[in-house]
Design a protein around this ligand. Structure first.
Ligand SMILES: NC(=O)c1ccc[n+]([C@@H]2O[C@H](COP(=O)([O-])OP(=O)(O)OC[C@H]3O[C@@H](n4cnc5c(N)ncnc54)[C@H](O)[C@@H]3O)[C@@H](O)[C@H]2O)c1
Length: 170
């Protein structure tokens, strides 16, 4: 059986590294990933080919993603505090980075692109959140007394998800 190649951005982070280990245990996948270790921890990464490249470097990403079937995009600066003081850095990383990863995925004709968004997308709906809940942005349904819902990091996550939707119909 030909194993599918899975490429995980942010593979040194919490989600990326956990996902990589889970996929390796399943055994049906060739797993690779990238990370700059601006966050995350190198020792989190299991024994897989690791590309130490920035997701903003689309050219290198296109090369690294060659023959990829599935992309999990978890690389981000998902730090609410940082997004308050340096929204430009966070926006460049999350919005620009997601477009770069999506472009590299399109370039390589990947079958499936999974973007890790934010649970804040579900707003003030009653937990537990399930994937069939509406995720469109409605300020009146957000809990604006909780600042975690209205910050740059959250808005950028929404923007990058919308951009992924646009890329998927192109
Ligand atoms: N952890 C959670 O419980 C959770 C829940 C819901 C959504 N999310 C979302 O999932 C994503 C990942 O979250 P996480 O908790 O794994 O974050 P994390 O900080 O643990 O991991 C992110 C990884 O991305 C890497 N990275 C950042 N910028 C990069 C760049 N330009 N190029 C290459 N690598 C880069 C970091 O070095 C880090 O290893 C975020 O978008 C977050 O909002 C996380």
């Amino acid at each position: 059986m030909v194993k599918k190649k899975v490429f995980i951005t942010g593979v040194g982070g919490l989600l990326g590294s956990t996902l990589a280990r889970r996929l390796l245990v399943k055994g049906n996948y060739v797993v690779e990933g990238c990370d700059t270790f601006i966050g995350g921890i190198q020792s989190n990464v299991p024994d897989i080919p690791l590309h130490e490249i920035d997701i903003l470097d689309t050219k290198k990403l296109k090369d690294a993603m060659k023959d990829t079937d599935v992309v999990f995009h978890t690389a981000a600066l998902p730090y609410e505090g940082l997004s308050v003081f340096s929204p430009a850095i966070v926006a460049q990383n999350i919005v620009g980075g997601t477009v770069s990863v999506a472009s590299a995925a399109l370039h390589n004709n990947v079958d499936l692109f999974i973007n890790c968004s934010s649970m804040a997308r579900y707003g003030a709906q009653t937990p537990p959140f399930t994937e069939d809940l509406p995720t469109h942005l409605k300020y009146d349904s957000l809990n604006i007394s909780n600042s975690c819902f209205i910050n740059s990091c959250f808005l950028e996550t929404i923007a990058s998800s919308a951009l992924c939707a646009i890329c998927s119909v192109q």
